[in-house]
Design a protein around this ligand. Structure first.
Ligand code: UD1
Ligand code: UDP
Length: 364
């Protein structure tokens, strides 16, 4: 009995930390189940060390595979786990395969499901994440939304309003809790980075799985690197393809392994711009006030665009979009010369560091 949190991938850990912590402060019995979808230290253990998230009570060691094989292994492992520990409720995060598998197993066992980060919609069913989040929201007894748009999507899909709670953004709780650790200048020294650089992350199948797409993208990233040094902590999914397409050889491109949380957010904070296809990174740059170019045709996080930090671009638009940001940045820096960097951050409504607390209040 007690609550069970199911996590499996890098962004899950960042979102779960404040929820686990808020429930723990209220003395709730809980268990953290790691599915093992991400297993490299740099995608998994480093987050537990850095975020004060309790070590998983169990790691199912599911690992990688096709969607079918991975989802099947996740379901089998989670079914055994739930049978052994009889959760009162299962809390799932985001939109990864571990999220779908946990919700599906729990729903069939009549165990209540709470979905953290419900209602995000890209309306692009070719994204595996869109399939996962749509289905999970239908199964969840509690849907925790990060923005009013998300509430609207859920309501329009027929989910009863009594199940929907607008609570803010737990990924931003984590960012705010660690804000004073994100030292851009310290990281420049630590990694030997130049004063001005652009950071990039890429891992969406639509960008990194097809060699022709990758080759076009790498050519455009090369044009960006002609303008400004480019620093890319590479997700394992894209590494081989990006290297094969020639990203390694460019003198102004620095490829790094995936970074831990402190290092990555420090890198983003100190960047002139961030290029990404990540979901979470669009939100973090919004909160940090760093210009973000998202290499996607759609975003399930439109608030990052309306807030003014994020812009959706295709690869062909990237070099000119970077030129524009660099010109604007030069102007902004000139205006701000002598003014210390802000240690606070402001973002969309309710992105205030209290989402974990609000979730705990609803769950209890
Ligand atoms: C998964 C999520 C994606 C999320 C991303 C966060 C799904 C369908 N996708 O994508 O929504 O944005 O995590 O980072 O759930 N690999 C390693 N080491 C690891 C884990 C994976 O090398 O620790 C490699 C393997 O070659 C694997 C590939 O990465 O085949 C993809 O891993 P997988 O978990 O299937 O999906 P991600 O692309 O990581
Ligand atoms: N992140 C990190 N190191 C990296 C890249 C990303 O710690 O090298 C963090 C980032 O700050 C955010 C989360 O990982 O908190 C986002 O995960 P990812 O981009 O893998 O997944 P998505 O958000 O697209 O599902």
């Amino acid at each position: 009995s007690g609550l069970v949190h199911v996590v499996g991938t890098r962004p899950n850990f960042v979102k779960a930390a404040p929820v686990v912590s808020a429930l723990s402060a209220r003395g709730v019995r809980q268990r953290v189940v790691h599915t093992g979808q991400h297993y490299d230290d740099a995608l998994s253990a480093v987050f537990f060390r850095e975020l004060g998230l309790p070590r998983p009570d169990v790691d199912l060691g599911v690992g990688s595979g096709t969607h079918a094989a991975q989802t099947a292994a996740l379901m089998t492992g989670l079914a055994e786990e739930f049978a052994a520990c009889s959760p009162e409720a299962v809390i799932v995060y985001g939109d990864v395969n571990s999220t779908l598998a946990a919700a599906l197993v729990a729903a069939k066992e009549n165990i209540p499901v709470a979905h953290v980060e419900a209602g995000l919609r890209s309306f692009d069913w070719t994204m595996p994440e869109e399939v996962n989040r749509r289905l999970v929201d239908q199964m969840a007894e509690l849907c925790f939304a990060t923005s009013p748009e998300a509430v609207g999507h859920l309501a329009r899909e027929g989910i009863d309003v009594s199940r929907i709670h607008l609570v803010g953004n737990p990924m931003i709780d984590t960012l705010l809790a660690h804000l004073d650790r994100f030292d851009a200048q310290g990281l420049r020294t630590e990694l030997g980075l130049p004063e001005r650089y652009v950071a990039a992350t890429l891992h969406r199948p639509a960008n990194v799985d097809n060699p022709e797409v990758v080759s076009h993208l790498v050519a455009r990233l090369g044009e960006v690197a002609e303008q400004v040094p480019l620093v890319i902590p590479v997700h394992p999914r894209g590494r081989a393809a990006l290297e094969a397409a020639g990203l390694t050889g460019h003198p102004q491109v620095r490829l790094l392994p995936p970074l831990g949380y402190r290092q990555f957010v420090s890198l983003a904070r100190g960047a002139a711009a961030v290029i990404t296809d990540s979901g979470g990174v669009q939100e973090e740059t919004t909160m940090l006030g760093v210009p973000c170019l998202t290499l996607r045709a759609t975003t399930e996080r439109p608030v990052t665009v309306s807030h003014g930090t994020n812009r959706l671009v295709d690869a062909a638009e990237l070099p000119a979009a970077i030129t524009k940001i660099l010109d604007d940045t030069a102007a902004t820096e000139a205006r701000r010369s002598g003014v210390a960097h802000s240690t606070t951050a402001t973002g969309p409504p309710m992105w205030d560091g209290q989402a974990g607390q609000r979730i705990a209040e609803v769950v209890l």
